[in-house]
Write a protein that binds this ligand. Structure first.
Ligand code: CA
Length: 218
């Protein structure tokens, strides 16, 4: 399980981050100011740090420098419009940034990408009790037996495994898996999801959400 430090002084945002990341299977530790964050970083290993820039008692930039000495990758949390902060953060070596207010799906995608890029991600994603997905070999197994999925079905399963218990909108699913703008035809998404769901016996776990899309219930 990947462990993530959240350094954020606004409690509502920190709570939102913690809830979303915990639901997605990450272990989170919250620090409400820069010095507490540095203390935590010193005492325990983290796979990733989400750093707000404006923090009391040591700001995000100072923490970034500290994270670099510990080889902990950093994603900055920036308020909307703070372009200079983003540029400065990336120049100094942050892996990415997330603009507040953020969408949970975007947050999780960026976290996952940075963890993978930094070689910190779990290679095998598991959906108990029977499904596992190996991101290195792109093989999906059910009860230990490989299941033949199409490329799109694999990408869909990966997306849901990375967003457990979150209702995903059809248009966002389409944009993530097909990489194109959604033009309003949901049949493509529905067809591929239904076939993937049947192959893996997920009919009762990957559920349709009325007027939204789908949610993988764990
Ligand atoms: Ca702040």
């Amino acid at each position: 399980m990947n462990k993530i430090l959240i350094a954020e002084d606004e409690a509502p945002i920190a709570n939102l981050l913690q809830t979303a990341l915990s639901n997605a299977g990450y272990q989170c530790v919250w620090a409400a100011d820069g010095m507490s964050a540095a203390d935590l970083l010193e005492r325990q290993p983290f796979d990733l740090a989400l750093l707000d820039i404006m923090l009391p008692r040591a700001d995000g930039y100072e923490l970034l420098a500290y994270c670099q000495t510990l080889e902990v990758p950093v994603i900055f949390l920036t308020a909307k419009g703070e372009v200079e902060d983003r540029v400065r953060g990336l120049r100094l070596g942050a892996e990415d940034y997330i603009t507040k207010p953020f969408e949970l799906m975007e947050l999780l995608a960026r976290v996952e990408t940075v963890l993978r890029r930094c070689g910190k991600t779990d290679r095998i994603l598991v959906l108990p009790p029977d499904i596992e997905l190996d991101t290195a070999s792109r093989i999906v197994r059910r009860n230990g037996q490989p299941v033949a999925l199409t490329a799109k079905e694999y990408d869909l399963l990966l997306l849901f495994l990375q967003n457990k218990n979150i209702a995903l909108y059809r248009d966002r699913i389409y944009e993530r898996v097909w990489g194109e703008t959604f033009l309003g035809d949901s049949r493509t998404v529905d067809l591929h999801i239904q076939r993937m769901r049947k192959k893996l016996g997920l009919e009762n776990r990957l559920v349709a959400v009325y007027k939204v899309g789908y949610r993988l219930e764990v």
